[in-house]
Every structure is written in C-alpha cells, then in structure tokens.
Design a protein around this ligand. Structure first.
Ligand SMILES: Cc1ncc(COP(=O)(O)O)c(C=O)c1O
Length: 410
C-alpha cells in the first residue's frame, strides 16, 4: 500500500484498519467471502483505465485488442463452468443484472411472480422499496418454514390467477434449495419466462454441491462475489434464444462501459471455480453449515426449517427477548460478524427483525472445519444468552481473535 500511503494517508490508515478487522474477526455474513490475491490484483490492474462500450469484436472505442480477449475468455469460462449456452459478464453487480433481465423481457406494469422479500427473496425480485416493485406488478409466493419448500399447488394457483410474464426463483435468505423443475413446469403452464437468481449459491452450483438451475431456467442471474468467491460483480447466463435480448438489455439498455478490471477478475474466478480444490471448498461450505446448524439447534436455538441444505441458516430469536439487530451488534462486538434478518411471518420491522442470518462461505475459505463450527456455535449461543454482558463479549472477542489469527484470509 506504499502508493496509497504516499497519496492519501487517511485512506491508507482506514484500509489497514479494515485489513486488521478482517484478520481478527470471523465473517459469518452469508453473502460475503474472501477472494484470492490473484482476483484482488486483477481488480487493481490498469484495465480500470479503459472504456469498452459494446461487446468483444464490436466496441465503440478503439484499442480493445486486449480487453476483447479478456472478456471473450471470461465468457467462455463462464459458459463451460455452468454449462450455459450464453453468458454476459458485464453486469456491474447482482442488482443491475436483474434489472437488465426485466428490461429484456418486460414493459413497465407487467406482472411478475417471485419470492416475497420478507420470506427470503431479494429486493430486486419486485419488492415495494425497489424500482422493480414500483415499475412492475409483483405477486409473491413464500416457502414453507416446516418443509422448506414452495407449495406447488399455491404456486400454480397464483400463476394461473395472475398470469405473470416472468417468474423469479432464487433467494437471499433461505436455508434450503428449491425444486427448479416445479418452477419450470409452472412457467410453461402460463408461458412465462423463468429467471433463477443463484446469486447466493452459485459457488455451490459450480462445486457440484447443489442442483444447477441452468438446465431449468430461461435465464440465470448471479453475483460473482458470494459463494462463487469472485470479484464484486454480476453475470447473466441464458439460453441461446435470449442471448441477443439479454446483451442488448445490459448494453445499451441498462449500463454503459463494462468494468474491465472486474471482467478480468471474473475470468480468474471462473478458472478457480472450475478446479477440484474449489469443488472440495464448496462441499466444505455445506459441511460446515450443517456442522454449525446442529449444535445451535441442539443448544435450543430454533433454526428456520430446522437446519440447512446450503451455505446459510436463519436463527429465530423470538424466544430470547432480543431482536436480531441487538444480537447482531453484540456478536459483532464479540468478533463474529453477521446480519440481522427477517424470519418467516416476522411481525418486527426490517431494521430490527426477529432473526439473524449466518453463513459459512467466508470462514470455510479461511480453512475452518466442522470442529471449529462447534466452537463458533458455543460462542454464538453464549452471546445470544447474554448480549449485554460486555465482559463476556470482550472475552469471546479475544478468543475469536486468537483462532482467527491462526486462519488468515487469503
Ligand atoms: C439473490 C440476490 N440477488 C441479487 C442480489 C444483488 O446483488 P448486489 O448487491 O451485488 O447488487 C443479491 C444480494 O445480496 C442477492 O442475494
């Protein structure tokens, strides 16, 4: 960081502080991860200097000989990693990727059917606070907190009643995988496009741990920075017949020039995610999630759906007398970083909901195994029992720091 220190010592100090924070704590935020040094290097490369509106071989600026090769490589790696006909690697992030899909298929006022935000869906799946909920008419389904699944009869009933043009499947906060074939069947029944947003579990798909949504969906959107462990960004995969519409919807429909330094980092991410080591990592993420969920529920903390089949779990805090924000803040003080989250049928507001969401993607990258999950669970339970006990929080933070320093992030 010599250059930053010379140019802007204030930012250098803050970046160092963040390095230390990440070094001394464990990240249990289900949407975060630690990228490889190669990915970080690519993101700080001179590609950031370039404008490349358009696509490989058809740009609006000259000097693209190198950028074209990088984007073409990222596209071909993405297609082969996920077995997709077509990939667009330009979306700046998950939200713009989803916005482009709306732009490709819908007109303002059209109907969509998607998972309710309060039930684990994402803002961009038509939630009221998002433009996707203001510009399109969203009808929502939920998954059942006992079976973990979407009720097939209810989904079909909603589709037949409202005849949405697009059905969104995928989630930000649901601890089970959904039945993609059900969504395909219902989409076909009403002639809707099926979009599956695998942002959260893309790494588990790449590692062969959960069923891929690609064979079922017209379009699959994803972020590249969660379980996939790539740079902060988005991507759209689709069937060949939608390739042109999707490309046009990304550029010029909803974006300008792609972030070439991130495209290079995405290419590296797809290469890393295609290795046997990554498959092992993805399996360990799931093993660790199960190994964390078990002691938590054994020690009396109810988990939504009783456990997990992916990288995340939702802890129901209703009986503790504390809301999710209080617990998330106490855990943060104890060096265990997570987020407060709504649980199904939550009557509390989004800012102080009744649950917390925990994920194992980042701690697995640091090398923690199921043995360590037992320790994490012990700390989490003790903090939830006494979140106001500052002495306890300091003690746990010290123990977390000692363990975290033995498992440096890449
Ligand atoms: C399912 C899902 N889709 C889309 C997004 C949006 O991604 P971003 O925050 O990169 O815009 C998220 C982010 O958490 C997500 O969970």
């Amino acid at each position: 960081m010599n250059n930053i220190r010379n140019t802007d010592p204030t930012i250098a100090l803050l970046l160092r502080a963040e390095d230390h924070r990440q070094r001394d704590t464990f990240c249990l935020i289900a949407s975060e991860n630690h990228v490889s040094p190669a990915i970080r290097e690519a993101m700080s490369s001179r590609l950031t200097n370039r404008y490349s509106e358009g696509y490989p071989g058809a740009r609006f600026y000259e000097g693209q000989a190198v950028v074209d090769q990088i984007e073409a490589l990222a596209i071909s790696r993405a297609k082969s990693l996920f077995g997709a006909d077509h990939a667009n690697v330009q979306p700046y992030s998950g939200s713009p990727a989803n916005l482009a899909v709306y732009a490709a298929f819908l007109k303002p006022g059209d109907k969509i059917l998607s998972m309710d935000l309060a039930a684990g869906g994402h803002l961009t799946h038509g939630a009221q606070a998002s433009v996707t909920g203001k510009w399109f008419q969203a009808i929502h389904y939920s998954a059942d907190s006992v079976t973990g699944q979407v009720d097939a009869v209810e989904l079909e009933r909603l589709a037949l009643e409202h005849r949405p043009k697009m059905i969104f499947a995928g989630f930000s906060a649901w601890p089970r995988q959904l039945d993609w074939s059900l969504f395909r069947k219902v989409a076909d029944l009403v002639g809707a496009r099926l979009v599956i947003d695998m942002a959260h579990f893309a790494g588990l798909v790449a590692g062969g741990v959960v069923e891929s949504p690609v064979p079922f969906a017209d379009v699959v959107t994803t972020t590249t920075h969660k379980t996939l462990r790539g740079p902060r960004g988005g991507m759209i995969l689709c069937r060949q017949e939608w390739a042109k519409s999707i490309d046009r919807a990304v550029f010029p429909g909803t974006q300008g020039g792609p972030h070439n330094q991130v495209t290079a980092a995405k290419a590296i991410c797809f290469l890393e995610a295609s290795t046997p080591e990554f498959a092992l990592y993805a399996h360990s993420v799931l093993d660790n999630a199960k190994a964390l969920a078990k002691p938590l529920s054994q020690r009396g903390l109810p988990l939504v759906t009783g456990g997990t089949d992916n990288h995340l779990m939702l802890v129901d805090l209703c009986k503790t007398g504390f809301h999710g924000k209080e617990i998330a803040q106490a855990l943060d003080r104890a060096g265990l970083v997570c987020n407060a989250n709504k649980i199904p049928h939550d009557t509390r507001p989004a800012a102080t909901p009744s649950g917390i969401r925990l994920g194992t993607a980042a701690v697995t990258t640091r090398g923690l195994t199921s043995v360590h999950m037992e320790r994490l669970a012990g700390w989490i339970v003790s903090v939830i029992e006494r979140p106001d006990d500052q002495k306890l929080l300091r003690r746990v933070a010290g123990e977390v720091r000692d363990l975290a320093r033995q498992f440096p992030a890449p």
